[in-house]
Design a protein around this ligand. Structure first.
Ligand SMILES: [Zn+2]
Ligand SMILES: [Zn+2]
Length: 266
């Protein structure tokens, strides 16, 4: 499902653990250099989902990635989710200088639901990391209330709404993980997170060209392989409860991986 021009809902997401001062990386970390960030520079991170797929995957222009993740107190991604996401990133991104994850707690006014406009406004206030030199920046936020566009049949767990931005409705993730026979919060959260990031990587057919025909056009930018991470049911809590069996986090099928490899990834 899409919202507005380029919002894909997916579910997913949870990222990193650690506290507000936490910062981890797998290689050399980037620093800020006190660079002045102009509006023109910020505009590079305000494009459509999929527009930075190649920049995120390949090592040509950007050699390192910084993930700046904000979370509302009590909605921090679990440590295990963060570890799972690190593995996913390490397996797919071709970055000679590695990546860095920064987690920061935020305080927000009480709200019952968030629209995309609400989230973009929060991002504009909070975000400090934008693409500079050889570093590409990704923004994520873990929210304490549901998505305003939820319907009777679809409780959105996460959305990818700009080329380097995603949001996770961790409150909704928690609600679904508490249902009888449901997968754990970490399994749901990791699935949503990896799925959302998969959209930022250009899946399916939204920035990473398909090497074989596997788009489920009826469901937008999704894969037609029903056990793939990019299958459409990963968009909502209802869908995930039905599709995740045995507590396993879905992975990318070979066709999705082929698309990423062809676009500079691994
Ligand atoms: Zn999706
Ligand atoms: Zn797939």
């Amino acid at each position: 499902m899409n919202l507005k021009t380029t919002v894909y809902f997916l579910l997913i997401i949870s990222l990193f653990s650690a506290c507000s001062t936490d910062s981890e990386s797998d290689a050399s970390s980037t620093d800020n250099n006190n660079e002045v960030i102009t509006e023109e520079m910020k505009d590079r991170n305000r494009k459509n989902v999929g527009d930075s797929a190649n920049d995120l995957l390949a090592n040509d222009k950007y050699k390192t990635t910084v993930f700046e993740i904000f979370y509302v107190k009590d909605y921090k991604p679990t440590d295990e989710t963060v570890e799972n996401f690190k593995s996913f990133v390490t397996e797919r991104l071709n970055k000679s200088k590695g990546w860095e994850i920064r987690l920061e707690e935020i305080t927000v006014p009480a709200k019952t639901a968030y629209t995309v406009d609400d989230i973009i406004a929060m991002e504009n206030n909070l975000r400090t990391q934008y693409n500079t030199n050889d570093k590409i920046a990704v923004f994520g936020i873990y929210l304490d209330a549901k998505y305003a566009g939820n319907t009777e049949n679809g409780s959105v767990l996460g959305i990818a709404y700009q080329n380097t931005s995603f949001a996770i409705f961790e409150n909704t993730v928690k609600t679904f993980s508490n249902k009888p026979l449901a997968p754990s919060r970490t399994v749901l959260s990791t699935t949503v997170l990896n799925h959302e990031f998969g959209h930022l990587l250009g899946l399916v057919n939204v920035g990473s060209e398909m090497q074989t025909d596997h788009q489920d056009i009826a469901h937008g930018k999704h894969c037609d392989v029903d056990n793939c991470l990019m299958y459409w049911t990963a968009e909502t809590g209802e869908g995930l409860l039905n599709s995740i069996t045995g507590g396993q986090i879905p992975t990318l099928d070979p066709q999705c991986i082929a698309d990423l490899k062809a676009n500079g990834g691994k």
